[in-house]
Design a protein around this ligand. Structure first.
Ligand SMILES: [Zn+2]
Ligand SMILES: [Zn+2]
Length: 116
């Protein structure tokens, strides 16, 4: 069963033995992914941070359930919780749990919108 089924490239529809793209477009896609990863890395959002953030949200859920403590608003129920740095990485903040705050997406973007 070594023969793999040919699949059409997602971009140009040329049949390929790759998972989803022909060699040319696989390469292009890979380069694009590298760029995305690179820029995410520059902003401090590494894989390690994503793991830390997911862990922080999980811990928050365990303690508080689906509850956002609120930013400039009263605490409110929310299932859309995200972890964020209290002191931004750009300002020297770390991925230490003490520097991580869990808020819903709405409160998080409100915080970012008015961060000075
Ligand atoms: Zn292609
Ligand atoms: Zn909220």
């Amino acid at each position: 069963m070594a023969r793999r089924r040919m699949r059409p490239c997602l971009v140009c529809n040329t049949l390929t033995r790759n998972a989803s793209r022909c060699d040319t477009h696989q390469q292009q896609w890979q380069q694009q992914q590298d760029r995305v990863r690179g820029s995410a890395h520059q902003r401090g959002y590494t894989q390690a941070w994503r793991t830390t953030a997911a862990h922080a949200v999980a811990q928050h859920r365990e303690q508080w359930g689906d509850w956002c403590p609120g930013f400039k608003v009263a605490g409110h129920p929310s299932t859309d919780l995200t972890a964020d740095h209290i002191v931004p990485k750009a300002a020297g903040g770390t991925d230490d749990p003490a520097n991580i705050q869990v808020l819903c997406r709405g409160c998080n973007s409100r915080k970012h919108a008015q961060s000075t």
